[in-house]
Ligand binder design. Structure first.
Ligand code: TYM
Length: 333
């Protein structure tokens, strides 16, 4: 029986964080056993913010190390660097011809970026969902393990794939859907009381996979809370709920129940909550951190893995691209 195809990637913006791990990578690790998986480091995507060449290289290497430390196994999945696949920009170009300014301007992530970086609203930012569609469609994926923030991009990938099929009257692309093992897509909160954990909210908001025990303690100690409630059974503020949500992930159920009840009874001590959460977070991330240190120094292994991934990914990408070229009418003379 042929296995379903899975594709997902992460932008190399420094160190991966708990949101990346729980929203995406933890599912990659499970899925590599059951599906034909392509996981990549989305370095083309990081160009929208104009990183310098040294940073790009270091960040790609760090992302690879962290993928491996989290448990991705290059013998079970295809693990590659996006810029090793020129087939992706070719498909991106083809899809761009049928992607319209109006629909791209309505994408929430574009509107958000246009608001936060008004001096750099480049065409790459506008067509970001088209590049992401090319990433997914180039391997004909049907399942895409991602966090909640990527849901709209998946909808766009379906639109662009279906549109290509319709225009060229060929069933080339299946429909890709966001995936999280039967449950809702995940949104891991940040530590500063805002929305999702994200590097753009600053280091204090984010728990990085390679943060030391001390850094984790400091960040959680400084996490935003609010005043202890005065009325019993008041719903927790967003900031406190965020900490309870993190506790749900890394702590024993009884501990979470204890602090939830303490909040409801107006006798919660945030210092105790943070201390427990910090120690559980440290224990949760310790095995990954140890492996990061181990893989970081093995340059030979890293370069072998990247080469292997490139070869395997090329094979699948070439096949799809040939079909697209033919459908469009780019025939060999
Ligand atoms: P990126 O690099 O922002 O994030 C990578 C993955 O981590 C998830 N994630 C989170 N999940 C839950 N809570 C959070 N706080 C959180 N922060 C990040 C994201 O949902 C994502 O799954 N455009 C993508 C990268 C990409 C891609 C693709 C993904 C490029 N091409 C093709 C899938 C398929 C992005 O910027 O993710």
């Amino acid at each position: 029986m042929t296995k379903e195809i899975v594709v997902s990637g992460i932008r190399p913006t420094g160190n991966l964080h708990l949101g990346n791990y729980l929203g995406a990578i933890s599912n990659f690790v499970k899925m590599q056993h059951d599906y034909t998986c392509y996981f990549f480091i989305a370095d083309y995507h990081s160009l929208t913010t104009h990183p310098n060449p040294t940073d790009i290289h270091n960040h790609v290497k760090q992302a690879l190390v962290e993928y491996l430390a989290c448990g991705l196994n290059p013998e079970l999945c295809t693990l590659y660097v996006q810029s090793d696949l020129p087939q992706i920009p070719e498909l991106y170009m083809m899809l761009n011809m049928h992607a319209y300014k109006g629909e791209l301007e309505r994408v929430a992530s574009f509107k958000e970026k246009a608001r936060t970086q008004p001096d750099n609203i480049n065409a790459g930012l506008l067509t970001y969902p088209v590049l992401m569609a090319a990433d997914i469609l180039i391997h004909k994926a049907t399942k895409v393990p991602v966090g909640k923030d990527q849901e709209q991009h998946l909808e766009m990938a379906r639109t662009f794939g279906n549109r290509f099929n319709r225009i060229y009257q060929k069933e080339i692309f299946p429909e890709p859907y966001a995936f999280n093992y039967g449950s809702e897509l995940v949104k891991i909160p940040g530590l500063q009381g805002g929305g999702k954990m994200s590097k753009s909210d600053g280091d204090a908001s984010v728990i990085k996979l390679n943060d030391s025990a001390d850094q984790i303690r400091k960040k959680i100690t400084k996490a935003v809370t609010d005043n202890t409630p005065l009325e019993p059974n008041t719903p927790p503020s967003v900031a406190v709920q965020n900490l309870l949500d993190l506790m749900k992930v890394v702590s024993e159920k009884e501990k979470l129940m204890h602090f939830t009840a303490a909040y409801a009874n107006c006798n919660i001590r945030y210092g105790d909550l943070k201390k427990e959460l910090a120690e559980d977070m440290i224990a949760f991330l310790a095995p990954i951190r140890e492996k990061i240190i181990e893989f970081q120094s093995d340059e030979k292994l890293l370069s072998h893995i990247v080469k292997l991934g490139k070869e395997k990914a090329h094979e699948s990408a070439d096949k799809t691209l040939m079909e697209c070229r033919e459908a469009i009418g780019f025939k060999k003379f």
